[in-house]
Design a protein around this ligand. Structure first.
Ligand SMILES: [Zn+2]
Length: 124
């Protein structure tokens, strides 16, 4: 199995209903995102997936989140835009963009909401 990792970031605002916590107030983060994809085989060029292709797909997903008030997005109408749910959203969106025929799948997405705090979603 080969695994690729791409790092990116986006800035957005969110508001979480957590009684007594600072996150109840509207605030923003500069989320750093680590996306990992894996697959069993390399192509004739010796790569699992062209980094350019992977970065293009990741950038398309970031475009939907960057400089948005996440609570207003339809993706977060039924579940709050926590770092956990943001990581899952990115994984689900990216999974739909990856080439199915090559067996490349998302193995994890980590969303860092600060230097010291991150949430990772690992698709089952
Ligand atoms: Zn927050």
């Amino acid at each position: 199995m080969y695994e690729l990792c791409v790092k990116t970031h986006f800035a957005a605002a969110h508001q979480l209903a957590m009684v007594g916590e600072k996150c109840e107030n509207l605030h923003g983060h500069n989320w750093r995102v680590e996306v990992r994809v894996a697959g069993p085989a390399l192509d004739e060029a010796g790569v699992l997936l062209d980094f350019g292709v992977l970065k293009k797909h990741v950038a398309a997903v970031m475009d939907d989140l960057d400089h948005k008030f996440l609570n207003e997005l339809s993706a977060f109408s039924k579940k709050p835009p926590s770092s956990e749910n943001i990581a899952r959203y990115i994984a689900d969106r990216l999974a739909a963009l990856l080439p199915v025929d090559k067996g490349v799948r998302v193995t994890s997405v980590t969303a860092w909401e600060s230097e010291n705090a991150s949430a990772t979603y690992i698709p089952e």
